[in-house]
Structures are given as structure tokens and as C-alpha cells.
Design a protein around this ligand. Structure first.
Ligand SMILES: Cc1cc2nc3c(=O)[nH]c(=O)nc-3n(C[C@H](O)[C@H](O)[C@H](O)COP(=O)(O)OP(=O)(O)OC[C@H]3O[C@@H](n4cnc5c(N)ncnc54)[C@H](O)[C@@H]3O)c2cc1C
Length: 470
């Protein structure tokens, strides 16, 4: 790709980048030193939603966002497009952290956030192919069915009803997603399928229109109280926000804050109507099954299947490199899994394969916060559930900043949610981090294989959750 125009290089990042409307030509970099009220590192959903809600709370604020590549370069432009109420920390875990009411409030806030994203994208004219068809999670073995029952029982014990999560019979599940070997499943309405890059690029355009200064091709070198330092100048600001998710470990002093774990995806060619007649997914519900090593898919607006999964290795020293985005063995495994789920796909053409890093905190609990004394703020650690969560993070950071400045119109209920101000422990130093994270990933895939032949819950899964802290 040497010598290729930047915009063409960015198009090749993923199916979503390739099909995003408008130019991917980078905007101007930071031209020199600048004074602002708020400086943000990273123009993924976290940085962009934060800028968006801040500019709404106070249109007079001077907000500068510095992005190393282009808006939506990272996970926000490449993900599975599940805008869902999923939160990586379970209700039980949140209850242990902060109490039952706080756990319930967190999950309710996530449900409301899905609708908030739908509302704002419609109001701002961002056509992100929004389809709120819910999520169907298939159970394709006795142990998966047992897990489906346990998930629904946990939801009930916290007061979430049929309208939030319900068990599906085999016939109901197959009606939604005509996969093989389906014994049952669960359904939640709290998810929309979206085109991720359209959301990221659309948001960037909206914040620019609102007067936010978005500097692209501007790598941030250091974040410190009152200062965001880049190669071409410094932004001096009362508030400095870190919104760099899986890329965070590259900052001095933060190499153990989050582990970048890769998720990879493939997209098929558009499928013929006869295939859709068998596969279903009418109304575009997102889908997965209840295996341990997560898989996720959506029917795209242009009639393809976009399908992904974890399983790529964690790289020593929390390294993040473009070459890690593409692992032919993982693409092949995804293709096989997809064909096994939907045999009608047979030898369907896979046209795209890509991937990217997500940020995993040691305790698998995302967090957002603002240190009022230093003005430093952060949000992240969403594991693989950031599409909606970043919106809640952006609203929360905006509320924390406006509360700190006593600007009127704050949304203080969200600033009391249990993830606000939460500090995850740091990851182990290397080589323990590399050994632990990869052993955990291996154990999850063993667990799936073992359960498939033994028909019983696997002990390897318990081992995996110990290593990965889930
Ligand atoms: C393949 C894949 C599939 C996924 N599927 C889903 C899904 O279906 N549903 C879901 O909810 N979540 C999913 N996720 C997770 C979700 O995409 C992320 O949680 C979310 O996009 C995080 O947004 P962010 O803005 O915090 O981070 P990012 O989008 O990663 O943005 C960080 C930005 O910071 C920039 N940056 C990094 N370092 C610097 C620096 N030094 N200076 C300046 N800028 C810098 C990067 O270029 C990037 O643009 C998936 C992730 C991946 C990778």
C-alpha cells in the first residue's frame, strides 16, 4: 500500500470503510498550539459522542479532537454493528461491586442508550442503516440451552421481564434464524443492527458542523493535566479526555491499563433471495449462539452476512499493528462456522475479511470518569460491547464536565451509575499477561469443543473466565 493515496488505504480497512459514503480523505492536522476548553484524544465513537454532547450542553465550548488517522479508523469503523444493551460485566458482578439497585440501573441505562442512539442518528440525519430487530441467541447443544435458561433466570431475578429477555422454543428460534441444530435460544429486543462506519463518519460530520475542531492525522504523544501534546503542537485545555480504547497501552504509563484483544470479521457477497428464505433474519435481528468463544453476525442492509468472532491471539506487549487485522486461519474458521450454522450458504463467496483491536480491562468492567482535580477524563474498556456503551460514556463525560463547571442542564442520574469512576486493576506485567490472555482464549475454544462432544459444561470454561477475569 506504499504510495497509495491515504483515502484509498482507509477504504481497505474493512467492508464498512469500503462502503461508507463520502470521502475518507483525512482532514487537516493540528496546525500548531491551540487553547481550548476540552481536548479529546481519539475520534472513535467515544471521542465523537463526548464532543457531540458537550457541544449540545454548551455550544460556546471550544472542543478540539485529535485523531491519529481518520475519524472511525479504529474499532468504531470496523465492528459487528450490534448497537446493543449488552454490558460486559454481569448483573451479579455489578451487584457485588455496587449493590442490586445500581446493577439494575446500569442495565436499564444501557437499554435506554440503544434508543438514544436511534433517536439522535435520526434527528441528525445520520443514515447508519438502523434496524432495531433485537438479538436472537441460538442454543445449539444441551449445555448451550442450559446457559440460555440460566441467563433468563438471572435476568428475572433482577426484575427484567419477558419484554427484556425471553426463552425461545426451537421452532421460534429457527423462525428468526434458520440455523442448523437449533434446540432453542433467547431473544431480546434491545439491539439494533447498524453500519458502523456510517455511524462514525456521520457523527464526525455532525460534530464538525456543530463547531468542534476535529484534527486528523494528528497522533497524540502525551496526555497530562491541562495539556494534550501532539507532534505538530499542543492543545492547552482545562479538560483532557482519553478516548483511545484498544490503542491506549501505547501511551506512557498506560501499558497495563487495557489489553488489546483482536476480533476478526468476514462478509459474504450479497445472498440470493432463496438463501434468505431459509436463513430468515427478517427485520435484521443480530444473531449469535451460546458458545464460549463469542461469535456475532448481522444481515446487512445490502443483503450480505457480516460475521465475526474472537479467537485471534493476544499479541505480546499489548502490541497493535495493521498486520494483526488479517489472520487467514481465523477467516477460514469463521467461514466454516458460518457454513455450519447456515448450510444453505454452501460455498458462498466471502468478499471481505478484516479485524481490529478492542480494549479489555483486567476485570472486564468498562469505566468512565473525570478526575476533577487534574481535569483528566477517560472512557473505555468496553470489551466487545462498545457501540451503544460509547454513547452512554459520551453523555456521562459531558455531564461530568458540565457538572464540574456548574453549567446548567446536567443529566446527573447517569453520573451515579456504577461504572462511573470505577478503576479496573492493571493487567499483569509481561510475560504473564501474554501467557494468561492466550491461555484464556485457548481454554474457551477447548471448552466449546469439549462441550460439543461431551454434552456437559466444560471445566476449561471456568479456567478461561479465571484468566480473562470475565
Ligand atoms: C471486529 C470488531 C467487532 C466488534 N463488534 C462489536 C459489536 O458488534 N457491538 C459492540 O457493541 N461493540 C463491538 N465492538 C467493539 C466496539 O467497536 C468498540 O468498543 C467501540 O468502537 C470503541 O469505541 P472507541 O471510540 O472507544 O474506540 P476506537 O473506535 O478504537 O477509537 C479510538 C481512536 O483513537 C485513535 N487513536 C489511537 N491512538 C491515538 C493517538 N495516540 N493519538 C490520536 N488518536 C489515537 C484511533 O485511531 C481510533 O480512531 C467490536 C470491535 C471490533 C474490533
Amino acid at each position: 500500500m506504499v504510495g497509495m493515496p491515504a483515502a484509498d488505504e482507509y477504504r481497505r480497512l474493512s467492508f464498512w470503510h469500503e462502503t461508507a459514503p463520502g470521502t475518507l480523505e483525512p482532514g487537516q492536522p493540528l496546525p500548531g498550539d491551540l487553547d481550548a476548553d476540552v481536548a479529546i484524544a481519539g475520534a472513535g465513537y467515544t471521542g465523537l459522542w463526548t464532543a457531540y454532547y458537550l457541544s449540545r450542553a454548551d455550544p460556546g465550548l471550544k472542543i478540539a479532537v485529535c485523531e491519529r488517522d481518520i475519524a472511525g479508523f479504529g474499532a468504531s469503523g470496523r465492528n459487528g454493528g450490534w448497537c446493543s444493551a449488552l454490558f460486559p460485566a454481569s448483573l451479579g458482578k455489578l451487584e457485588r461491586m455496587a449493590g442490586r439497585d445500581a446493577a439494575i440501573a446500569m442495565y436499564r441505562a444501557m437499554q435506554a442508550t440503544v434508543d438514544e442512539v436511534g433517536r439522535v442518528t435520526a434527528a441528525e440525519g445520520i443514515d447508519c442503516h438502523w434496524a432495531k430487530g433485537g438479538t436472537v441467541q441460538l442454543a445449539r447443544s444441551a449445555t448451550q440451552l442450559e446457559r440460555a435458561r440460566e441467563e433468563v433466570a438471572e435476568a428475572r431475578s433482577f426484575g427484567f421481564g419477558e419484554e427484556d429477555l425471553r426463552l425461545l422454543s426451537a421452532a421460534e428460534a429457527r423462525d428468526l434464524a434458520g440455523a442448523s441444530g437449533v434446540l432453542g435460544g433467547t431473544f431480546t429486543p434491545h439491539c439494533a443492527a447498524i453500519h458502523p462506519s456510517r455511524l462514525a463518519r456521520g457523527l464526525a460530520e455532525v460534530v464538525r458542523r456543530r463547531g468542534v475542531s476535529l484534527f486528523e492525522r494528528t497522533p497524540v504523544l502525551r496526555l497530562s493535566p491541562g495539556r494534550l501534546v501532539t507532534g505538530t503542537g499542543m492543545v492547552r485545555a482545562r479538560y483532557v479526555i482519553r478516548a483511545t480504547e484498544g490503542y491506549t497501552p501505547a501511551f506512557p504509563g498506560l501499558h497495563r491499563a487495557l489489553a488489546p484483544v483482536y476480533s476478526l470479521m468476514i462478509a459474504t457477497a450479497p445472498l440470493p433471495e432463496e438463501a434468505w428464505a431459509e436463513i430468515g433474519l427478517a427485520g435484521r435481528p443480530t444473531f449469535s449462539d451460546l458458545r464460549h468463544l463469542i461469535i456475532y453476525g448481522q444481515r446487512t442492509a445490502d443483503g450480505r452476512l457480516a460475521f465475526g468472532g474472537r479467537g485471534a491471539p493476544y499479541h505480546f506487549g499489548s502490541a497493535v499493528r495493521p498486520s494483526f487485522d488479517r489472520v487467514p486461519a481465523v477467516f477460514n474458521a469463521l467461514r466454516r462456522t458460518l457454513a455450519e450454522l447456515f448450510p444453505v450458504l454452501g460455498d458462498v463467496k466471502v468478499t471481505h475479511g478484516w479485524g481490529g483491536p478492542l480494549g479489555v480491562p483486567r476485570d472486564w468492567c468498562p469505566s468512565v470518569g473525570l478526575d476533577r482535580s487534574t481535569g483528566l477524563g477517560w472512557a473505555g474498556g468496553y470489551v466487545g460491547d462498545g457501540v451503544a456503551t460509547t454513547n452512554l460514556a459520551g453523555r456521562t463525560l459531558a455531564a461530568l464536565i458540565t457538572e464540574a463547571d456548574l453549567i446548567t442542564g446536567t443529566d446527573s442520574e447517569i453520573t451515579r451509575l456504577p461504572w462511573v469512576g470505577h478503576r479496573s486493576p492493571r493487567w499483569e506485567p509481561e510475560p504473564l499477561r501474554w501467557l494468561g490472555a492466550n491461555a484464556g482464549l485457548q481454554a474457551m475454544s477447548w471448552a466449546d469443543r469439549e462441550e460439543a462432544w461431551s454434552g456437559r459444561p466444560s471445566r476449561a470454561a471456568q479456567l478461561a473466565s479465571r484468566f480473562l477475569g470475565s
